[in-house]
Structure formats: C-alpha cells, structure tokens
Design a protein around this ligand. Structure first.
Ligand SMILES: [Zn+2]
Length: 451
C-alpha cells in the first residue's frame, strides 16, 4: 500500500471530525491503524480490515454508553440521533449501500428491493457470517457479538436501555430496511415470547423514544422473524403504511371506556387500541391476546391447536401519537394444509416468484422487502414487453406478471410497479385470518366490545 502514513492521517482526521476521538488517544490509535494497514497486502482494504480500522477509530462501548445515557437523561430523540449518526460514521450502518435500494410507494404500500444485504452464494461464507462458533455469543443477536471479529462485528456498538425493569440493549441494523431500523434485544438469551410484559416493554420503549415505532414478531415459525431463539423487537423512525390506515369500525369495551378500539382498514387482520392510559392498553391487549390464542373457527380455516402445537399468535406493534399509545395487534396463524404446505395464511404459491419468505412484522405493516434478484428479473420483463417479445420458458413463473403488465396502458416501468404493488396487497390478504372485517368485529363483540 502506497502513502501509508498519508492514509493513516486521513483516518485520524476522520475520527477527529466524526468519531469523537480523544486527543489523548490519538498517538495510540494512529499506531494501531498503521499496524493494520502495514499488514494489508491487497490494493484495496478487505471488509475485515475496514472493520478493524473503524473499530480502532471508534469509542469503546463504555464511552458510547456514557454519552448515550447522558443525552437520554433529558432527551431520548437527541440520544438516538447521536447514536445513529455515530453508527453511520463508524461504518456499521451501510447507509450508502442502503440508499441504492430501489424503493417506491404505490397503492398504499412501500416496496423496496434489498440489494444491500450481500447474497452469499458461497455457503462457506454464509456459514461464517451467521456462525457464532468460537465466540462467547449463543446466537447471532446476543450482545456478546459486540466486537466479535469472526462475524465482522468489530465496529458494532450497542447501548443499554431498561424495558419493564429488565436490561435490554439497542443496536442499529447494518442493512436496515427503513429509516433508522434497529433492534431492541433482551440482554439475556431467552426465547421469543409474547405476554403481558411485552406490551409493557413496548410502551416503555416509546416513552423513551417517542419518535420511533417498536413491534415484536409473532413467536411462531413461518409467520415471523428468523431468530426465534432470542427475545427481541424491531423498530425505527419510519411511519409505515399500516400506521396510517384508518378505522373500518370503531368499538368500545364496557370495562375500558378510556380506550378506542379500531378494526383497521387494512388487508391484514389488525386491531388497534388507542389510549393515553398505559394500564388500560396493557390489560386490554392481554385480553385480546389470550382470546386469540384459543380462538378457533374451522369454517375460516383458523385452527388454534393440533398435533403440531399452537397456531395462533400476534404481532404487537406500537407508536405514540397525539392520540396517545396506538397499540396495533396483528392477528396471525401459521397452520399448514395439504393445499398450502407453506402456510394457509401465508403468501399463496402463485406469488412466490415475488416473495416466498415469511411475511414478518415489517411486511405486515406494509413495507415489503423483496429479494435482490428481482431488480434484474423485472427489468428484463419490462424489456420483453417494450419490444413485444414472447416470454421465454425459463421465466414461466412470471407469466401472470407479464400478461398483466402487457395489457396495461402507459409507461411500462410504472405498470410493472403497479403490478408488484397489487401482488403485495394480495399477499397481505393471504395473511389475513379474517377475510371479512365483520368477522373481526364479531370476534371483538364476544370479548365485551360494542360498536
Ligand atoms: Zn442470543
């Protein structure tokens, strides 16, 4: 590597400006960076070397916590703003890559194609990325990953927060799907679960950070997150489409007159509880949760329990507005059938070329994260249509998309986006446990609600 001292000085100047490098640490840090660069053999720095340099330039976790806590004492937003910018500057949040993701708003949904998350074609590399072998962590989201080199977490920084009187921590996602996307993780490695404390924890979180939403995936496979072994929530600064959906029906509960309950006008099945009273929200959320877990309606295909275990679950997701706490309870069911082996209330097979993976918390709220391969595939389909070329055999699974876009008038790219949004809305309808909102009203009336 040429001009090595010049490069070191550049890094140090960067750390002075953006990473709050203490003047008293400068000589030490400079020599550490020099050493890493001296050992580098390639023309360009590898991801590992870059990580190592940025970790060396970053404050130690204790200093990060000190600053975060001091800001949090008076202003949660200021604390998160500072921490987020820090994680962008220390290269943990790959913002420049995220900004390259195609993204559009259509038919009430936000749709993104996630190119930022590397697609590991080499299974060995993927294994390394997800492995915690040789480290102190029990899983990929344990706090013990902070600084763990074998998973490129050298420059990861986390901050501790208190939820429900317990220790949790917050970290931003390197390949986040939306504005300031992060996860709140229990400091203890305990399985995902939802109970009364979940509602309280979520409210504690938005009390600390009222500019964020926070939610939990359903704690069952096929309908939720990929990490069920460790309790965690997802949140961030974006107002997602479901948050803005209005009420199809408004109800009141006889015992909780300070709560407005809304059957949300949304393609999924969502009940929204709105109140300024925390205790009422957590009590009524628990009533709905317990009723849903045991609810069965064979006619609608809702099987609560069979040989495989329980199938009903909820995804609660919360934000704070001028109306108070808005607790959205998304009703989910993960039962499978012969006809739908991937899930009765999952994206049906005719849409799998667009999205086959679980429809988790983020998609259920109207932000669809589609696989990176689609960018190329959809561009190719657009070219075929523009040039009036027939659909080749290897693209047979896209026949529906091709046929629909072909007969749409106007700009082909826009027509393609309309079609993708239409499919995503159909997927949301597939996940709805109550296809008719009146069925959901009846479910609530049985729990003591009135229209
Ligand atoms: Zn863990």
């Amino acid at each position: 590597m040429k001009d090595i001292k010049k490069i070191v000085n550049k890094f140090i100047a960067y750390a002075d400006k953006y990473l709050e490098l203490n003047k008293n640490d400068e000589i030490f840090v400079k020599n550490r960076v020099l050493e890493i660069l001296s050992k580098s053999t390639g023309e360009k720095l590898t991801l590992e070397e870059r990580d190592e340099i940025f970790s060396t330039l970053s404050l130690m976790p204790s200093k990060i916590q000190e600053k975060f806590s001091s800001l949090l004492a008076t202003d949660g937003k200021a604390a998160m703003d500072w921490f987020y910018n820090y994680c962008v500057h220390n290269d943990y949040v790959k913002l420049s890559q995220l900004n390259k993701n195609p993204r559009f708003n259509r038919n009430g949904l936000i749709i993104t194609i996630n190119k930022a998350k590397p697609e590991f074609k080499n299974p060995q590399k993927a294994k390394q990325e997800n492995s915690v072998e040789g480290g102190f962590a029990e899983c990929v989201i344990c706090r013990e990953n902070e600084g763990f080199g074998l998973r490129n977490k050298r420059n990861l920084r986390t901050v501790e927060i208190t939820l429900g009187g317990e220790k949790w921590f917050w970290q931003f996602s390197p390949y986040g799907y939306f504005k300031e996307h992060g996860i709140a993780v229990n400091c203890k490695h305990i399985p995902m679960h939802i109970d009364k404390t979940t509602f309280i924890n979520l409210m504690d979180f938005v009390d600390l950070f009222p500019h964020y939403f926070i939610g939990s995936n359903a704690a069952l496979p096929r309908i939720g997150g990929s990490v069920l072994a460790h309790d965690h929530y997802q949140g961030g600064r974006e107002i997602l489409p479901m948050h803005q959906a209005t009420a199809a029906y408004t109800l009141y509960h006889k015992d909780y007159l300070d709560i407005i309950a809304e059957v949300v006008s949304w393609n999924g099945s969502v009940i929204r509880l709105v109140s300024k009273n925390r205790n009422s929200i957590s009590a009524l959320s628990e009533i709905i949760f317990n009723a849903w877990i045991n609810y069965e309606n064979v006619e609608l295909g809702i099987i609560a329990k069979d040989d495989e275990g329980f199938h009903n679950a909820i995804s609660p997701t919360l934000r704070k507005t001028e109306r108070g706490y808005e607790m959205n309870i998304i009703l989910r069911n993960n039962v499978v059938s012969k006809e739908f082996p991937d899930g009765v209330f999952h994206a049906h097979p005719q849409y799998h070329m667009i999205k086959k993976e679980s429809i988790g918390l983020i998609e259920a709220q109207g932000l669809f994260i589609l696989p990176g391969r689609l960018e190329k595939q959809l561009n190719y389909l657009e070219e075929l249509i523009k040039n009036n070329i027939a659909l080749p055999k290897e693209y047979a699974e896209f026949k529906m998309v091709y046929d629909h876009v072909k007969i749409m008038k106007g700009d082909v790219h826009e027509a393609m986006q309309n079609e993708i949004a239409r499919i995503c809305n159909c997927i949301l309808k597939d996940t709805a446990v109550f296809k008719d909102k009146k069925q959901m009203v009846n479910f609530l009336i049985d729990l003591g609600f009135n229209l």
